[in-house]
Design a protein around this ligand. Structure first.
Ligand SMILES: Cc1cc2nc3c(=O)[nH]c(=O)nc-3n(C[C@H](O)[C@H](O)[C@H](O)COP(=O)(O)O)c2cc1C
Length: 300
């Protein structure tokens, strides 16, 4: 089950999707058992921005057929709050840490990349490019030229693995992936959520505080699979595949489509031990504890 990813050996190809597994909250609930049996082979933290953000007004979630629409709006403590409050906990996790960052200008992303990669607790960075560049008005990851310019700007600032997280809301996702690779990305990950909307059943007004949100879960599995296959055929760097992974079979499909790693997102809200289960279903148990202890563990 071990897999090589950007120079590191991981115990399995199963990691979490950014923003869908709150390791700090899980530790509050499950205690140190979480650290002993961490359900993923690497941990990707939720997106941080340079400044703290409150996120979008509520409601922030809508349950849709086969998934969720979220308009969380990236609430976070900002770079300095993250480094001071969150990173010390993440450094205790028994798996490599990947920090997901997003900025509204290239310079903001550059500041984030430089500051995060200076920390020795961090194994790699994931660039969330699903947001508008306020200088050009373009969604950074929707345009190959924008994506290339961003990666070229930040590449010299870090020697850590740089993963570009692609948005499915783009005309030509493989072209964006190729641009990221040419500009120096070490890997690409996809899919982020697809734009969606729900109306309030009584008023007919948009339900979500952010009006629209991102669709995730089984509803997008087929789209994720198709996009991962197309991107894997186009680039030579490793691909992290995601989108509606709920079982070992779904994870296996993404691996067969060319992904090196798979990320579990929405399924972890339903089952916080989903990562460990999917890893097991894929064919390898990673925890060698006594059967009695294992039977009592939620993360088996
Ligand atoms: C509630 C929620 C929060 C998310 N937060 C982030 C985030 O902070 N950064 C990010 O890059 N992606 C975020 N995502 C997108 C996921 O990482 C993933 O790309 C997407 O949900 C598709 O995978 P899934 O269908 O398995 O959930 C979020 C998704 C959900 C549902």
């Amino acid at each position: 089950m071990t897999v090589e990813f950007c120079g590191l050996e991981l115990r399995s190809p199963v990691i979490n999707a950014s923003g869908t597994f709150d390791a700090i909250a899980a530790h509050r609930t499950f205690g140190d058992e979480l650290l002993e049996r961490f359900p993923f082979a690497a941990f990707v933290s939720k997106t941080i921005t340079l400044e703290p953000r409150q996120g979008n007004p509520p409601p922030r979630l809508w349950e849709t057929a086969g998934g969720l629409i979220n308009s969380i709006g990236l609430p976070n403590r900002g770079l300095h709050g993250y480094l001071e409050h969150d990173l010390p906990f993440y450094a205790r996790l028994p798996v490599p840490l990947i920090v997901n960052v997003m900025g509204f200008t290239r310079e903001e992303v550059a500041t984030l990349v430089a500051a995060v990669s200076a920390r020795e607790e961090v194994f790699g960075l994931e660039l969330n490019v699903s947001c508008p560049n306020v200088e050009s008005g373009l969604i950074m990851g929707a345009d190959p030229g924008e994506t290339a310019a961003l990666v070229e700007r930040v590449r010299p600032l870090t020697s850590l693995p740089l993963i570009v997280k692609l948005t499915p809301n783009a005309t030509d996702v493989p072209a964006v992936a190729a641009a990221a690779q040419e500009a120096g990305a070490d890997a690409v990950s996809l899919v982020n959520t697809l734009r969606g909307m729900a109306l309030h059943p009584r008023t007919g007004e948009p339900w979500l505080g952010g009006r629209t949100g991102g669709v995730s879960g089984p509803a997008i599995r087929a789209i994720g699979l198709a996009q991962v296959a197309e991107v894997a055929a186009r680039v030579t760097v490793p691909v992290v595949g995601m989108g509606g992974v709920s079982s070992g079979r779904d994870a296996g499909a993404l691996l067969r489509a060319g992904a090196t790693l798979v990320a579990v997102g929405t399924e972890s809200f339903r089952d916080p031990a989903a990562g460990a289960r999917i890893e097991r279903e894929l064919g390898g148990g990673h925890v060698s504890e006594t059967p009695a202890k294992a039977a009592n563990s939620v993360f088996r």
